[in-house]
Design a protein. Structure first.
Length: 163
């Protein structure tokens, strides 16, 4: 016997929770609301309030229970560009924070947004002309005799400190 019409197991019921946002316009309006008032602020020394934008703050403001729900909405063609722009706006706020003295939190957040913290060192050695390039040499705390020997070794080009 089939389930009665209108029952949750009836034909045509796709199941799952109904979407929070049906249209792109609804989502844009909700994101604009978050940007106008994120709800979290940092009070600066001059008593001004600086808004604090976060992915989690956006997620909660939009009515989602987890960031994964936001990322799932981003997979929907209808909402993809809108959510990417909102995430890029928040990423920009973290970039701006890099210009302040204590930016470790911003660095951490940007790394979680797929930014990379790479150091590249290129090594090359020509077999016919071996050479070593010194980028900088800190010699301020070295005794004067040893400092003179280091400079002589660099000038001679052999890299050997005289005994």
């Amino acid at each position: 016997m089939p389930a009665p019409k209108g029952h949750k197991f009836s034909v045509g019921n796709n199941g799952g929770r109904p979407p929070v946002y049906e249209t792109a316009e609804q989502l844009i309006k909700a994101i604009d609301s978050y940007i106008e008032d994120p709800g979290d602020y940092k009070v600066l020394a001059d008593e001004t309030k600086m808004p604090l934008y976060t992915i989690t703050g956006l997620t909660l403001h939009l009515g989602f229970a987890s960031r994964q729900s936001l990322y799932d909405y981003e997979k929907n063609e209808k909402f993809s560009c809108i959510i990417r722009k909102a995430r890029t706006f928040i990423e920009k706020q973290y970039e701006i924070a890099l210009h302040f003295q204590t930016c470790t939190g911003a660095i951490f957040a940007l790394k979680n947004m797929d930014w990379k913290d790479n150091q590249t060192i290129e090594h090359s050695l020509d077999a016919n002309k071996p050479e070593v390039n010194f980028v900088s040499l800190q010699v301020a705390n070295i005794n004067p005799r040893l400092r003179k020997q280091l400079y002589e070794a660099l000038e001679n080009g052999n890299g050997k400190i005289p005994e």
